[in-house]
Design a protein. Structure first.
Ligand code: URA
Length: 237
């Protein structure tokens, strides 16, 4: 991908400093473009072909980043928060400063969260019209029954305002604490928990396993992340 942009924006986007800091670096002659010192912050750079260096260090431009995070419990699905740690705080190796989570998981939910700065991909994954499958594993207090499978498959009335779309419920183990897999195509606030509440049960542990074609890499421990591969990205698009 190629794009023309101002030198100061190029450097600020790549985390070399704030816009005013990088303007100062440029003025002081610390920045070279194609081996020549450039002191004009307005200079137009063609990303992907011009070579930009700060203090002799090559700074290549990255338009988009994609990370797969195994979100741990206790961390907020937000970009910043004054008090609590956010999922963006966990991504320590990114170049871009404009990353955000694709959708939200509750603070106590674990599992797959895509972190990116690609707004178009985010829109296509979250658009209600696209019916992207989201697969969850849950531990549920109470005996989950065949009747629940039936109710979920028909589209469950959750409360006065919310009729859930048909969802595929699979029981892994049945007992006072049941284990289930649920595939839904919506992403309403507390959706999985509210669906089980509607049938008189309580979700006590929730983990997202996949979103569309993207599956959680089970080698990632809670809190760990890795880049999404080219192959995974191509499938997701
Ligand atoms: N449904 C929920 O109830 N919580 C989540 O975090 C995700 C889906």
């Amino acid at each position: 991908m190629k794009e023309l942009m101002r030198l100061d924006k190029y450097l600020a986007d790549m985390g070399a400093g704030t816009r005013s800091e990088v303007k100062l670096f440029i003025k002081k002659g610390r920045v070279q473009v194609n081996n020549e010192v450039v002191t004009d912050a307005n200079r137009k750079i063609e990303t992907g072909s011009d070579i930009v260096c700060l203090d002799g260090r090559d700074i290549s431009y990255v338009h988009y980043e994609y990370f797969m995070l195994n979100k741990p419990a206790g961390v907020l699905s937000a970009t910043e928060d004054k008090r609590a740690e956010t999922v963006i705080d966990l991504i320590t190796t990114s170049k871009r400063k404009d990353l955000f989570p694709v959708g939200r998981l509750d603070k106590d939910t674990e599992g797959l969260l895509l972190i990116t700065n690609d707004g178009a991909l985010t829109h296509s994954l979250l658009s209600p019209k696209k019916h992207v499958d989201k697969k969850y594993y849950a531990k549920v207090e109470g005996v989950v029954t065949e009747e629940d499978i039936e109710l979920f498959s028909k589209g469950l009335q959750v409360d006065d305002e919310f009729l859930a779309m048909p969802a595929k419920l699979t029981i892994l183990s049945q007992g006072e604490l049941s284990e289930i897999i649920l595939i839904i195509q919506e992403g309403k606030f507390h959706q999985v928990k509210r669906m089980f509440e509607a049938v008189g049960k309580t979700v006590v542990y929730l983990k997202r396993l996949s979103m569309g074609s993207l599956q959680l890499d089970e080698s990632l421990q809670p809190g760990e992340y890795r880049e999404v591969t080219e192959e995974e990205l191509a499938l997701l698009r």
